[in-house]
Design a protein around this ligand. Structure first.
Ligand code: 13P
Ligand code: SF4
Length: 304
């Protein structure tokens, strides 16, 4: 605890010296969310990165999030606590694979989930996050779209749009782990609880939910609901903001496997160290960044 206090003090000092802002995703460890200047889901964090006037963005999340921040704020320095914090879903599609799919469907626009690499975003017409996926797909001027990389979110969107979606087969290792059996067992144990779920979960699990939404939408729903008890079908870091917003409500995570190991690679010590060393930094080649920026900015225009 004493060590933590020292680290926090050093962090405050460095933040001031560097004119830095600390952004943290809701799936980060509590010790990081606690010291962040701004917490959010993927969409809110992208918006914040695009609009901040800090000189340095410290992005606590996974690699594609830091990359999106750098693309949206090319003149700022973007640093991350550990460059090994990646997202396996983002690595399930690459630019070459996407180009091949595009060649099979000439002229069909591509909607890409923000959980993707800069190279893939550069091959994309418009990016979306789980908070705006349906809205973004519906906004595209075409009756068919190519969708990548999350098949589960893609399936959810397909149920809420008349457009035909050509869906890539990627998925989130963490959310995809939650099963119907897990939820049935939790419901038997907590019969008064509502089940809230992230659309990265499997379709049959999403079909069981009382509420489906992005991390921010889940937090808001639980805060505003009259219910007192919830079974939560998303990553366990979300508990930090859920409990902060709704201190008198009870939250049961639907499975002990709802922990994203990539998100947990970051910790307070590494956060302070990266600001100390101004490294690791995110670099995106200009040609890629310029193309990827268009697809990200289109999302901010449509969904902002
Ligand atoms: P949101 O931040 O859009 O809820 O997405 C969840 C996620 O898996 C981020 O990696
Ligand atoms: Fe990727 Fe899933 Fe982890 Fe999000 S929770 S970073 S989608 S692996």
């Amino acid at each position: 605890a004493e060590r933590d206090a020292e680290l926090k003090e050093r962090l405050l000092q460095l933040k001031k010296e560097r004119n830095a802002i600390i952004l943290a995703h809701y799936y980060q460890r509590d010790e990081i969310q606690e010291v962040a200047d701004f917490r959010g889901d993927s969409f809110l964090l992208a918006q914040k990165a695009a609009s901040t006037d800090a000189d340095v963005i410290v992005f606590c999340g996974v690699h594609f999030m830091g990359e999106s921040a750098k693309i949206l704020a090319p003149n700022k320095t973007v640093i991350i606590p550990d460059e090994r914090a990646g997202c396996p879903m983002a690595d399930m599609v690459n630019a070459d694979g996407l180009r091949k799919l595009k060649a099979q469907h000439p002229g069909v626009p591509v909607v890409t989930y923000i959980n993707s690499t800069a190279d893939v975003k550069a091959e994309t017409d418009i990016v979306c996050t789980s908070a705006n996926a349906v809205k973004i797909v519906n906004s595209v001027d075409s009756d068919t779209v190519i969708w990548c990389p999350d098949k589960n979110l893609g399936h959810y969107v397909q149920q809420h749009t008349d457009k035909k979606m050509i869906i890539w087969e990627g998925y989130c290792n963490t959310h995809d782990m939650l099963t119907v059996k897990d939820v049935e067992e939790m419901r038997a144990q907590y019969p008064n609880a509502e089940f809230v779920v992230h659309p990265e979960c499997r379709p049959e699990v999403v079909a069981m939910a009382d509420f489906v939404g992005s991390t921010t939408a889940i937090i808001k729903y639980c805060r505003e609901s009259d219910k007192q008890e919830f079974i939560v079908g998303t990553e366990d870091g979300t508990g930090y903001q859920l409990r902060l917003d709704s201190p008198n409500k009870t939250f049961h995570f639907a499975s002990k496997f709802l922990v994203c190991p990539n998100m947990k690679v970051n910790n307070l010590k590494k956060l302070v160290k990266c600001l100390e060393n101004m490294s690791p930094q995110i670099y995106v080649p200009t040609a890629v960044a310029d193309k990827a920026r268009r697809s990200l900015e289109r999302m901010l225009e449509v969904a902002g």
